[in-house]
Design a protein around this ligand. Structure first.
Ligand code: KG4
Ligand code: ZN
Length: 342
């Protein structure tokens, strides 16, 4: 089955064609980063309008790259939430219209399920059961995955998501938008031990996260310091190390709690090399396998949506009659995929 995947939940227009027999056939992406940079963050209305402009040309390009025609598409998967509602509606309306015109099934995909399943696009994919650490700009959660489609949320952030904390801290340090990758590369030059940073919520039981205190701590350090370039790099390194340690400690607890042997890390912050290295080291120490998507599939993309949608279509699931997008959509309320996992 060949599935066209469409991702428009935020500031990336992603398109892909996933073939259940041959794997990923092609994927195309347009990042709106340059468009939003002058505003210092994503402007929802501008995001939606640009998805309208880019989506159809990207679909045509993806088909051409794969050497496929429209009639080869067996199903259409689109991100229906969570995300920016206007942006989501572009992918939802376009995806449903294409499915209708081709007389093919369509399926609504949960953006975080897309992230969670992205490592399965790689060779040597993770096997269920596993624990997933999902770290993106909008979400930070630990999820127990007993089977594809069956998700139990073990812990979540009580305030900022990890990516959001990276972005806000980077903005404070004058690193522009989007700040996560910029802060990460500056951190490589810094001394992580020059300043002391807290490891929030690690001194109490439970698997929830909170990053707002760490952000405030960083602000106080920066505003009360000398604001030299070397200080900026040292604060970046210390902040990043605190996030990595905090996530590692919680992952270790989640693995012990569930007795899982496999950890999956996904979402934009999963592209952070210090985090990948830190978790690989922790995994080695405790004997669990750690899987990541390739770097370009950590951040938003169409391939993860095509893959997740393909699994749901194979399990016989299709979108209901009404056309809906959801700004909020709890991951643990998705229908299970018994057929697929049987
Ligand atoms: O998954 P994603 O592309 O979009 C959402 O679903 O939110 O994640 C974007 C987030 C942003 O906050 C971005 O700053 C962060 O991921 N990010 C990083 C890195 N690359 C992306 N954070 C830290 N280090 C990175 N290398
Ligand atoms: Zn995302």
């Amino acid at each position: 089955m060949i599935v066209l995947g469409i991702e428009t939940s935020c500031d990336e227009t992603g398109v892909a064609l996933y073939d259940s027999d041959a794997g990923l056939r092609a994927h195309t992406l347009f990042s709106q980063v340059g468009i939003h940079a002058e505003y210092g963050g994503v402007v929802p209305e501008i995001a939606a309008r640009d998805h309208v402009r880019k989506l159809l040309p990207l679909i045509n390009q993806c088909l051409a790259d794969a050497g496929l025609g429209r009639s080869d598409i067996d199903g259409v998967a689109y991100t229906a939430g969570p995300g920016l509602i206007g942006a989501l509606l572009v992918g939802t309306a376009t995806g449903r219209s294409i499915a209708l015109a081709l007389d093919r099934p369509a399926v609504a995909v949960h953006h975080m399920e897309g992230h969670l399943l992205a490592p399965m696009l790689e060779e040597d994919p993770p096997e269920c059961p596993f624990v997933a650490l999902l770290v993106s700009g909008g979400h930070t959660m630990l999820v127990e995955v007993r089977a594809i489609g069956t998700y139990r949320i073990l812990g979540e952030t009580l305030d900022d998501a990890a990516g959001e904390a990276f972005d806000k801290t980077a903005k404070l340090l004058g690193l522009g938008y989007p700040g996560g990758p910029a802060l990460a590369s500056l951190a490589e030059e810094g001394d992580a031990d020059r300043f002391r940073f807290p490891r929030p919520m690690t001194d109490r039981p439970g698997l929830d996260f909170s990053f707002s205190g760490l952000k405030t701590h960083t602000r106080n350090l920066w505003l009360n310091g000398d604001q030299q370039d070397s200080t900026r790099a040292d604060i970046s390194a210390g902040f990043q190390q605190a996030v990595v340690d905090t996530l590692s400690i919680k992952c270790r607890r989640a693995m012990q709690h569930t007795r899982a042997q496999q950890l999956v890390v996904a979402g934009g912050v999963g592209a952070n090399l210090a985090l990948r290295q830190g978790l690989r080291r922790t995994g080695k120490k405790y004997g669990w396998k750690v899987s990541y998507p390739r770097l370009e599939f950590c951040t938003d993309n169409g391939a993860m949506i095509a893959f997740a949608g393909c699994q749901r279509l194979l399990a016989g699931q299709t979108a209901g009659p009404s056309l809906q997008a959801f700004a909020r959509w709890p991951l643990d309320q998705l229908p299970p995929m018994e057929e697929l996992n049987a």
